[in-house]
Design a protein around this ligand. Structure first.
Ligand SMILES: [Fe+2]
Length: 275
């Protein structure tokens, strides 16, 4: 079975009107990307956009146009929790917005939004959860960085404190997501999270204290788990693949600006199971 990989679609960065994205507009943007599509399943590692109605419309086009007989499997990213001036009127908290989106995706035929559960497609088991960054990356590479300075960087450089005002402690968020991974990591062929579980590979980006907010410490899952592939997003790396502890980690962002999309390519991998 062939699986296609994308992350960080950020639909609202490409289609300005947050409600009325037409089929024609969608095809203009996405047809080139899916021209050589080979897979039966599309895995999306989070950051779909800022507007749930638009995300559902776009996922609908994606499924209908490119995976009519296939499946779409996703997790949510930090941007899928954000409440902006428009959406904060519609949802009590960022978690309510994420839950609304997850429920709507899971109500569709052939669409799955993972939240610490495992689904089977054919005989391949896919598990995942949204995941969140912790502070283990900073502790490992910048051990003299104080917690106070790290929080200052977080508030200055990350959008999450501004658009998730109730997220006072990102470590607690990361811990509760890790509890979901704990329940499933031994039983899946493919794991999907928004954040990179490896502290060892920083992709195309220079390592800095700010990189802390793009990783969580998942070394135990990679060492002890039985997954063959781990798909993640968040960093906007493109067509990037590496291995750790026998697991192939893949990230492949569409991204949020013109140049991102121009350079985007679909990535695919195949899992064959013996009869
Ligand atoms: Fe993200």
């Amino acid at each position: 079975m062939i699986f296609d990989v994308l992350s960080d679609l950020h639909f609202d960065a490409h289609f300005i009107d947050p409600v009325n994205t037409s089929k024609k507009q969608f095809q203009k943007k996405f047809d080139p990307l899916f021209r050589d599509k080979a897979g039966e399943v599309l895995i999306i590692a989070g950051d779909l956009g800022h507007f749930n109605d638009q995300i559902m419309l776009c996922l609908g086009w994606l499924k209908k146009l490119y995976y009519p007989e296939g499946e779409i499997v996703c997790v949510l990213g930090n941007h899928d929790y954000h409440l902006n001036a428009r959406t904060k009127r519609d949802f009590e908290t960022p978690r309510h917005r994420a839950q609304d989106l997850r429920d709507r995706i899971n109500a569709q035929d052939g669409m799955h939004c993972l939240d610490g559960n495992i689904i089977s497609i054919g005989d391949v088991k896919i598990g995942g959860c949204d995941s969140w960054y912790d502070d283990v990356f900073a502790k490992k590479y910048f051990p003299h960085t104080s917690k106070k300075y790290l929080m200052e960087l977080w508030e200055k450089w990350m959008p999450d404190p501004l658009y998730m005002p109730d997220l006072e402690d990102y470590i607690a968020m990361s811990d509760s997501e890790k509890e979901k991974i704990d329940r499933i990591y031994r039983d899946v062929d493919i794991m999907v999270t928004h954040v990179n579980p490896s502290l060892n590979n920083n992709g195309a980006y220079e390592r800095s204290e700010i990189s802390n907010f793009y990783h969580f410490d998942g070394h135990r899952y990679l060492e002890e788990g039985n997954m063959k592939y781990w798909i993640f997003g968040h960093s906007h790396d493109k067509q990037h693949q590496f291995t750790q502890d026998g697991v192939t980690l893949i990230t492949n962002a569409l991204g949020s600006d013109y140049y991102d999309v121009k350079n985007a390519r679909l990535m695919s991998f195949e899992i064959t199971k013996e009869e």
